[in-house]
Write a protein that binds this ligand. Structure first.
Ligand code: BGC
Length: 603
């Protein structure tokens, strides 16, 4: 733009200003040619770029311009690694530039307060601190490349059921300590160019016109000066929205609302200053986007390699009884690979975050590559696509497992169960898969289960009968190779659960409020979200928040805890006592010191 924002505000007509407050179409803001104001191109981007084939395409398109598919939020959240999130953010920023994308609609940082949330796979964790640190690192990475980010969905959007008409009823303390805290950290540490409001109401008012949320907290208290945009069609009353600080309505055009804005200014119910504030912020966004456009776009980066690296830090080894893993410690002449996900892995969730990947590693192919010619690998599909009970398929799997040295089962939540727009019905595996695991484990003691899902799974009916469990989450296009690497010990797993896996759904504190009543969803568990509840209740989960095994072992000595005026300092000597290299994770999240200098790492 060749004029300053103030000059542009004086040059724009009222009608032009009103039109700038909504998109031109699904994915662009409106430009004003006569004043050289270009449009901004934005697309979804939580774990990869979802750029539609046309800017007019409505709804959730499934075939888009191919782009790298990284691990989804809950997967990469289990890396606990801010450096990794930054690196993925940088890569996304670079890839965006090669695709003419100027603003990425992500990350999603809502709290996973119920394991049934249909979009849980997009979100990092049940913990606000972890979420805030990871989200800020990711945004700093994207924006360092001159591409904007949009942190979403602000706020109190923790389930899909009737979200457009449901009010999240959250008391002020819980709101601030649990549901806003990650947003606050992100705003302060990474200054996202935009914030996307959510669909729901918060304590009785739509977030798209919520004065307390957008003006008092976001702008006044946290000092946010960027653009607040609506989730797609989340605007209720446009004038109330503008007054509360909702700058940009998406998608557009919103001719009816543009007319309403003009009338409101003319009849005095909206001041022109209020309108100018929003238009000024939108112009600032245009300035930010265009100002960085000539930055190098490095089209030749190996994004697939980064997708594999990210998957390697996401996958969590949940159980490894008698060191059954990695395979290959004893010679193996045959492996039974069972389950459709071995050939058709679930690498991501469904909905607006779904990316068309550039390349997908298939676990079956990668296992065959690593096992080598001396090992026979056989496959059985394990369960039908619709998960209906089919005893013949189970029998075939059992006989294969019986006649092999080891069985590796690929199971998980089916895609139809876990998606934007609807919540999960439960957190157990489909009945057929449970029957399959029990039947195979009964004949083959060397039974490894690889699970896939974007949210916590209940495993009690079967987990005690198998020695090895790897949770692969939905870890993006590099996941298949990494699963094989973990199975054969080429990668030492280092992921740590970013959420609690309860024994059963009803152990979760949100269980009594699922779905809400008469358009109100009371967050009755208050502060006791996730591990806070299990700790307080002294209720053992199946696998706690932070759980994740390694192929090496560590010892901790000289533990000291001291209180300082800013908090508590914990120091200890950490030693890798095993034979394999371990993963240095902690100093990415926390700064650690000990009486003897920095914590020592011996790999
Ligand atoms: C989702 C947003 C997304 C937008 C655009 C909405 O339905 O809630 O997360 O960015 O669509 O696809």
């Amino acid at each position: 733009m060749d004029k300053s924002i103030n000059e542009l505000l004086s040059a724009l007509t009222l009608a032009e200003k009103a039109s700038l407050c909504a998109g031109l179409n699904m994915w662009m803001t409106k430009g004003i040619e006569r004043l050289n104001i270009p449009p901004v191109h934005m697309y979804d981007g939580t774990n990869g770029i979802r750029k539609t084939n046309s800017d007019e395409e409505m709804g959730i398109t499934t075939e888009n311009v191919p782009a790298t598919c990284y691990p989804t939020g809950s997967a990469i959240g289990s890396s606990w690694n801010t450096e990794l999130l930054h690196e993925v953010g940088v890569a996304l920023g670079r890839e965006s530039k090669t695709m003419d994308v100027e603003l990425l609609l992500g990350p999603g940082v809502n709290m996973k307060s119920t394991p049934l949330g249909g979009r849980n796979f997009e979100y990092y964790s049940e913990d606000p601190y972890l979420t805030g640190e990871l989200g800020a690192a990711f945004i700093n990475g994207i924006q360092s490349e001159g591409v904007g980010a949009s942190v979403k969905h602000f706020a109190g959007n923790n389930q899909e059921f009737e979200k457009m008409v449901t009010s999240s009823e959250i008391d002020e303390r819980t709101l601030r300590e649990i549901y806003l805290s990650a947003f606050e950290r992100i705003i302060k540490k990474s200054d996202p160019w935009t914030v996307m409001c959510s669909y729901n109401l918060l304590n009785g008012t739509y977030t798209s016109e919520n004065e307390h949320l957008l003006n008092d907290i976001l702008r006044e208290e946290w000092g946010y000066e960027g653009v607040v945009l609506s989730d797609w069609t989340a605007v209720n009353d446009r004038i109330r929205g503008l007054k509360a600080g909702l700058d940009l309505e998406m998608p557009g055009p919103a001719n009816y609302n543009a007319k309403a804005i003009i009338e409101a200014v003319q009849n005095g119910s909206l001041s022109e200053e209020q309108l100018d504030r929003s238009v000024g912020r939108i112009l600032k966004l245009v300035e930010r986007v265009t100002g960085k456009k000539d930055m190098d776009s490095s089209p030749d980066s190996d994004y697939h390699a980064l997708a594999r690296k990210a998957a390697a830090e996401s996958i969590v080894l949940l159980k490894n009884e008698n060191a059954i893993l990695p395979l290959g410690q004893e010679s193996i002449s045959s492996i039974a690979v069972i389950g459709r996900f071995a050939k058709k892995p679930r690498i991501q969730g469904a909905g607006s975050a779904k990316v068309t990947p550039t390349n997908v590693d298939i676990p079956w192919d990668e296992i065959k590559n690593l096992a080598g010619d001396a090992t026979t690998i056989n496959y059985a599909e394990g369960y039908p696509e619709d998960d209906s009970i089919n005893d013949e398929i189970i029998k075939e799997s059992v006989s294969l497992a019986m006649n092999s040295d080891v069985a590796v089962l690929f199971v998980g939540q089916p895609e139809y169960a876990e998606s934007e727009m609807h919540d999960l019905q439960g957190i157990d595996l489909p009945e057929h898969q449970v029957k399959l695991i029990l039947a195979v484990a009964a004949v083959q003691p060397k039974c490894i289960v690889v699970t896939s899902s974007g949210s916590a799974l209940a495993m009690r009916p079967w987990v005690q009968h198998v020695p090895g469990v790897i949770h692969s989450w939905l870890s993006g296009q590099g996941m298949g190779k990494v699963i094989a690497d973990v199975l054969f010990g080429q990668t030492n797993p280092s992921g740590k659960l970013s959420e609690t896996f309860p024994v059963k759904l009803s152990d979760n504190p949100s269980h009594m409020r699922i779905r809400g009543e008469n358009g109100k969803l009371y967050y009755r568990e208050g502060l006791f979200v996730g591990y806070r509840y299990y700790d307080r209740k002294e209720l053992a989960p199946q696998f706690p928040f932070g759980h994740g095994l390694s192929y090496t072992s560590f010892s901790y000595t000289d533990l000291e805890v001291s209180q300082t005026h800013t908090g508590v300092t914990v120091s200890f000597q950490l030693k890798n006592t095993g034979k394999r290299k371990g993963k240095k994770l902690f100093n990415c999240m926390f700064t650690m010191k000990s009486a003897h200098g920095p914590v020592q790492r011996k790999n």
